[in-house]
Write a protein that binds this ligand. Structure first.
Ligand code: GBH
Length: 474
């Protein structure tokens, strides 16, 4: 396809009942970190060890623990049909187990859900957006295979208490971040640095946890609650650096290592991508390991994995250029296993985040790739957005949303991709993990210097509301 068609604006409408929403996560907005019986999470611990820019923490954040009614009013003004938020595990089970069930924490989410429904906004609930109860980290958290049963017990508490009203469940947000950033290079909580082995074991346990919860829902809740259970994966588009075959294979391999690592077991054939098995096995052997560092699923597990989701949640922000690079001589790691090197096209506009450059057509290519590889799964874009330094007239965000949403419309209309909804990241400025409050993703501005955390609409709220109201672009 030529450049002109690719860059053209597409006029048209989204399917009726397309889900329009905005997204947040518990640690990034709630605050109330030790209130009403909430136990600490690994993000409380991590920020209290002053590992965040300017020593910031999420202790108060947007104070949504006390101000959720304001959040619902903001959603109402935007005109969204859905709100994606997450539950803080340690707010409803202080030590992560049934021994510490916390009624006040459960009340909080009941109140939020009821408030949303009163305004006809459907909750889309993430069970795990990175804030593991600290008590579970003491027994190795996601590295311990017993996490699978613990996560299922927690999920069951959520289904029992909220499932009469919540019809969209996302088990885990961006497991890649938990595995690679949390347990590989350790730049996110819990800050573990095991880039060669731990990282693969964590993913193994995460996939099993998701799969167990999917089957639990089927067996005990689906017939009464009639909801959908999915998982949210993050992936950038991977564009070959050049048309050289080695670069093209590398870009494809990079997608399989990043998205396929999780998506192949669940949405594909029940197992890790073949190329990943081959590469990790070969490197492991060279490095003198007696087994591949990539764990194996049993045949029974593969059967359980396959098809264990009602939809794929996709978080997408940016594109990388991918080139081939032999990395046999590096220390063994998930990154060196891939024999790739990533970069940006200098033409792509920058944002406030080093990892995020603007390239709207990347999302269309990625959606098409997903459609082809996984036989047209149901997809919800569960996050998409851009950072700036916080101006009210957020021109770059207005452009970003308009262009990326237009590319998604092309995916639906021209490529027949089954995208059912779009959640903007984020409803409001919030705690941006390692970067604290320095990078702003919000449709609403939040003043973190004032106790009442006042929220003010930015110009992008007008842009996004209009797209929602028109259900596309006239
Ligand atoms: C999403 O991740 C998260 O789900 C959401 O909570 C977050 O607020 C949002 O993005 C915006 O960042 O520390 O510089 O090495 C998107 C994928 C993976 C992108 C982690 C940033 C860390 C880059 N993110 N990555 S860095």
């Amino acid at each position: 396809e030529d450049l002109e068609e690719r860059d053209m604006f597409y006029k048209g409408l989204f399917p009726p009942n397309f889900a329009w929403g905005a997204a947040t996560s518990a640690y990034q907005i709630e605050g109330g970190w030790n209130e009403d019986g909430k136990g600490p999470s690994i993000w409380d611990d991590y920020s209290h060890e002053w590992k965040i820019t300017k020593n910031q923490t999420g202790d108060i954040a947007c104070d949504s623990y006390h101000r959720y009614k304001e959040d619902v009013q903001m959603l109402k003004k935007l005109g969204v049909s859905h709100y994606r938020f997450s539950i803080a595990w340690s707010r409803i089970m202080a030590d992560g187990t049934l021994n510490s069930l916390n009624k006040k924490g459960i009340d909080y989410y009941n109140n939020l859900i009821n408030e949303l429904l009163a305004y006809n906004i459907q909750p889309m609930v993430t069970l795990y957006h990175w804030d593991l109860p600290s008590a579970l980290q003491k027994t190795d958290g996601w590295k311990d295979p017993e996490i699978v049963d613990k996560f299922a017990k927690y999920a069951e508490v959520c289904f029992v208490n909220f499932g009469d009203r919540v019809k969209f469940w996302i088990t885990i947000n961006e497991p890649f971040v938990v595995s690679w950033l949390g347990h590989g290079i350790g730049i996110m909580a819990p800050g573990v640095k095991e880039p060669a082995i731990g990282v693969y074991n964590v993913t193994h346990n995460i996939i099993k946890s998701h799969v167990k919860v999917y089957h639990l829902y089927n067996e005990k809740f689906r017939s009464r609650q009639h909801g959908k259970v999915g998982i949210t994966l993050d992936c950038d588009w991977k564009e070959p650096l050049t048309y050289d075959a080695m670069d093209r294979y590398s870009a494809e391999r990079s997608l399989k290592f990043k998205l396929g690592w999780f998506a192949d077991p669940i949405f594909g054939q029940g197992d890790y991508p073949a190329v990943m098995k081959r590469f990790v096995a070969r490197k492991s052997e060279q490095q003198g390991y007696s087994n591949s560092r990539l764990p194996e699923f049993t045949d029974e597990e593969k059967k359980q994995n396959k098809g264990a989701a009602d939809f794929l949640g996709l978080n997408h922000y940016t594109t990388n250029l991918v080139g081939y690079k032999n990395r046999d001589n590096e220390n063994s790691s998930y990154e060196a296993d891939q024999d790739t090197v990533l970069s940006f096209d200098p033409c792509w506009n920058k944002s406030e985040s080093d990892w995020l450059r603007v390239n709207p057509w990347g999302i269309r290519k990625l959606l098409k790739w997903i459609k082809n590889r996984y036989r047209s799964p149901v997809i919800y874009v569960t996050e998409n957005g851009v950072s700036d330094d916080g101006q009210m007239d957020d021109v770059s965000r207005q452009r970003y949303y308009t262009k990326y949403i237009n590319e998604i419309l092309k995916s639906i209309k021209l490529d027949n991709v089954d995208v059912r909804g779009y959640m903007a990241w984020s409803l409001m400025d919030n705690f941006e993990w390692g970067s604290g409050f320095t990078q702003k993703f919000g449709l609403y501005h939040v003043d973190f210097d004032i106790d009442s955390r006042p929220r003010t609409p930015k110009a992008s709220t007008v842009t996004y509301s209009k797209i929602i109201k028109d259900n596309g672009f006239h």
